[in-house]
Design a protein around this ligand. Structure first.
Ligand code: OAD
Length: 248
């Protein structure tokens, strides 16, 4: 069954000229970064209202920074077999871009160049006073919140709850979603909007929507055409093998 669906996905991809992937936390689970909503996930340890809302950032910026500091420990994480498979798909012309909800930079590290950072990127911080950007690895997190040379408070360049999606990323994502003919939805529960809208928009515009996830999601059975049940690090490399077998 699983192999038949992987074959079907490869056929669907080879039939079209524009494939977009929408990825979520499950993509990096096999790199050792916990997801948000699975058992043991981030939101079990950190109440998002308390740690990840923009209002908290303005009143008590050290709190979100404590959470991001814990996340930073895992920034040593390396791309897994799923990330590498998506990079290979881009290299071979079978994937045009990724709409990434993750802020961990692992797609870029794996070699993908067309990555739309829908929720920003935690590897950067921005000064709320003067707008200067810093690479997280170049700033000390010993005293929180970290501050800019101008003494302004630094904020991780990731989207907080209550904040809008960065305009350019949003426009690029909508454009990709409307023009793709296949959308691969990998490792996301698809319950955080507006990212979760993208598969339905793609489907409405005529794309085939294929999920890769160990569990059914809120899209399964109505927005997505089918789901390949399994881990990203298992299914995506198998999909690349199948694509190569069929096309090369
Ligand atoms: P969730 O934690 O909501 O969902 C993770 C999904 O990954 C679930 O559907 C799991 O079944 C699936 N999963 C787990 N392990 C997997 C694996 N090895 N391979 C493939 N899938 C796997 O995370 P997201 O959907 O990414 O927003 O959450 C969306 C947004 O909510 C995040 O970007 C973040 C969070 O609040 C912001 O920070 C703004």
């Amino acid at each position: 069954m699983k192999h038949a669906l992987i074959k079907r996905a490869a056929e669907d991809i080879l039939r079209v000229s524009h494939v977009t992937a929408l990825t979520g936390a499950g993509m990096s689970a096999e790199s050792g970064i916990p997801t948000f909503r699975d058992k043991g996930g981030f939101w079990e340890r950190y109440d998002p209202e308390e740690y990840a809302h923009i209002n908290t950032f303005y009143t008590a910026p050290e709190k979100p920074w404590q959470m991001f500091k814990a996340f930073e420990m895992q920034v040593k994480a390396r791309p897994n077999a799923g990330h590498l498979a998506l990079a290979e798909m881009e290299r071979l012309g079978w994937l045009q871009e990724i709409i990434a909800q993750n802020v961990d930079d692992l797609h870029q590290e794996a070699g993908n160049s067309a990555v739309i950072e829908f929720h920003g990127n935690f590897r950067r911080a921005v000064c709320l006073s003067c707008g200067a950007y810093y690479e997280i690895k170049n700033i000390s997190l010993d005293i929180l919140p970290p501050r800019c040379r101008c003494s302004g408070v630094l904020k991780p360049d990731a989207v907080f709850f209550g904040e809008p999606i960065p305009q350019k990323a949003f426009m690029q994502a909508v454009e990709a979603t409307r023009s793709c003919k296949v959308m691969l939805v990998v490792g996301t529960s698809a319950i955080v909007y507006p990212a979760a809208d993208m598969p339905a928009i793609a489907r409405q515009a005529g794309a085939r929507v294929i999920e890769i996830n160990p569990e059914p999601t809120s899209l399964t059975g109505w927005v997505s055409d089918y789901i390949i049940l399994g881990k990203a690090g298992e299914i995506l490399p198998a999909l690349v093998e199948e694509l190569k077998k069929m096309a090369l």
